[in-house]
Design a protein around this ligand. Structure first.
Ligand code: ZN
Length: 257
């Protein structure tokens, strides 16, 4: 996608805001991973979520009542994410962080792509697929070992190496609370941010949707870089609607100029 003249003046404005801000923080959602081939489950008919009701199959009650059915679905999700690579948008945020122009990335994504890209200060408010935990004894198991057990178990349920209970992915399932430590860290970052870059998030899922309001109430500014509409569009100082990779690469270029 080409960056039009109107967008370019917005980019210059955004770069000025970023340069002038003492603290810049990014908040990312599913849209940043779409160019890596991970569909946003809110897009109708896309990927795994198009064939199942995520509220039903990826619900904590489904895990508790029927771990084999839960893992039948979740193993497919793991496999779908296994070989995905970060894209230019993830890399642009790493470049900004390394240049001292970005304090942290807060993400709703569980796909590990910010980690793979090399983001240092990362808050994964919905957890990630990097590990699974045992709900009974708390033993934590890394993704590689989970994959081995998934393949080896006849019922397809990876089990705890210590007590044999079914493992649960360390992602926030439907019906579960967000990890307190992560959400508190995200709130503190957003309160302290003079500029919050909201990237690829529809800003509709609470409590993450409330984070930009913390920045605004503390006197900071919010920029929204996502293709679809968000409930906070009117409150944004800058609103970019182009392809997320093109927009962030253009921002990085504007910051370097
Ligand atoms: Zn255990």
């Amino acid at each position: 996608m080409t960056v039009g003249a109107a967008t370019r003046s917005d980019l210059v404005h955004l770069a000025e805001l970023a340069r002038g801000a003492r603290s810049v923080v990014a908040l990312t959602g599913a849209g940043i991973s779409v160019p890596s081939g991970i569909p946003d489950f809110r897009t109708p008919g896309s990927g795994l979520w198009g064939r199942v009701d995520p509220m039903q199959v990826a619900h904590i009650d489904a895990f508790r009542s029927d771990p084999a059915r839960f893992w039948g679905f979740y193993a497919e999700r793991f496999a779908a994410l296994e070989h995905k690579l970060p894209n230019g948008a993830h890399r642009a945020l790493v470049a900004m962080e390394q240049a001292g122009m970005l304090d942290a990335v807060i993400t709703q994504n569980v796909d590990m792509l910010h980690r793979k890209a090399g983001t240092g200060e990362l808050v994964e408010v919905h957890g990630s697929i990097a590990t699974c935990s045992c709900p009974s004894c708390g033993e934590r198991t890394a993704l590689e070992a989970v994959r081995v057990r998934l393949a080896a178990e006849p019922d397809g349920v990876p089990r705890c190496g210590r007590c044999s209970a079914p493992l649960k992915p360390d992602v926030v399932l439907f019906g579960e609370m967000l990890p307190v430590e992560a959400i508190e860290r995200a709130q503190a970052l957003c309160q302290g941010a003079e500029l919050l870059l909201c990237i690829g998030s529809s800003l509709e899922v609470q409590p993450v949707a409330g984070l930009p309001l913390l920045t605004l109430r503390a006197g900071g500014r919010v920029a929204i870089i996502t293709q679809g509409p968000t409930p906070l569009d009117e409150l944004a100082s800058v609103r970019l609607r182009g392809d997320v990779v093109a927009e962030l690469e253009a921002l990085l270029a504007a910051l370097a100029a």
